[in-house]
Design a protein around this ligand. Structure first.
Ligand SMILES: Nc1ncnc2c1ncn2[C@@H]1O[C@H](COP(=O)(O)OP(=O)(O)OP(=O)(O)O)[C@@H](O)[C@H]1O
Length: 275
């Protein structure tokens, strides 16, 4: 996207954004509530019209791309309420019928971990199971590009890790994935690169390791002095300091920790909420 802009009234929800997502990568959009993530993603999906700028998704402008393009794109929607009385298998089979080269419904149901619920009516699914069904519907058409808007909200930790495995499998098969998330550990677990959006503008794009100069930031070493007070030092050479502490204490330095800024630290300072 180049110069992408979308306004509601006098307020810009997406404000002159340039961004490239590479073919085959997992890209995570991070940003606080109301930053413009969903607006941007829905423009890329062809759901919302933009006010200005150029957009190319799989080589086409989503604003006027046709059926062939839509078959190459997968979207994980939030909820499939209108299918409450149908079973998981029926809904997935129905969606499979909409695509020219759909995957086998049973395979997809197994992939999202819903095989034992295949014959359950969707209204009886738990919140997390409904999200898995949403994912199944997003991938049954074997998309080249998959959009996931806050995919694991409401998942328990085990379900989240299973979901990450699924996303990794899809990525390993070459699917390009654009996801939005509020979970920094999710971005860290999945994304090749992240983009941080604040008030409609992209403020940083980088790998999770390098975001905000994280790789080059000094390490913080803390330890306990003999009088019990905690000593803290920021240093670019933590190994040398730890070696010196080992000598000073004749072995283990009590309460020793070495840390670098976490993705969350860097992200919070970028959005102006640093701790
Ligand atoms: N249909 C709409 N009409 C008017 N304003 C809207 C509309 N959709 C979004 N907005 C506004 O645009 C801004 C961006 O909203 P958007 O939903 O894109 O944010 P988001 O980053 O996805 O937020 P969240 O993390 O809360 O999902 C917000 O200020 C929102 O109130």
């Amino acid at each position: 996207m180049r110069g992408l802009r979308k306004t509601y009234g006098s307020r810009a929800a997406v404000d002159d954004v340039d961004l490239d997502v590479r073919s085959g990568e997992v890209f995570a959009l991070l940003g606080p509530n109301g930053a413009g993530k969903t607006t941007m993603v829905e423009i890329l999906e062809g759901y919302r019209q933009r006010d200005a700028g150029e957009v190319s998704v799989l080589g086409q402008d989503p604003a006027n791309a046709g059926r062939g393009w839509r078959a190459r794109v997968g979207i994980v929607l939030q909820g499939t309420g209108e299918f409450e009385e149908l079973t998981v298998r029926e809904v997935v089979t129905h969606f499979a019928g909409l695509y020219p080269d759909a995957d086998d419904p049973a395979t997809v149901i197994a992939l999202v971990g819903l095989s034992d619920k295949a014959n359950a009516r969707t209204r009886t699914l738990s919140g997390g199971q409904k999200r898995r069904l949403d994912v199944a519907l997003g991938i049954v058409g074997r998309p080249e590009l998959l959009f996931l808007d806050e995919p694991t909200t409401g998942f328990d930790p085990a379900a989240r890790h299973e979901f990450w495995e699924l996303i990794r499998r899809l990525a390993a098969n070459g699917t390009t994935i654009l996801l939005t998330t509020h979970y920094l550990e999710e971005a860290e677990a999945l994304a090749d690169r992240v983009g941080v959006i604040v008030a409609g503008r992209i403020v940083a794009v980088d790998t999770t390791e390098a975001l905000g100069g994280r790789q080059d930031a000094p390490a913080t070493v803390t330890w306990q002095r003999p009088d019990g007070a905690v000593e803290t030092a920021d240093t670019h050479t933590p190994t040398a300091l730890v070696a010196e502490l080992a000598v000073r204490y004749g072995g283990e330095a009590p309460g020793l920790t070495v840390s670098r800024p976490t993705l969350e630290d860097v992200y919070l300072s970028m959005i102006g909420a640093g701790r």
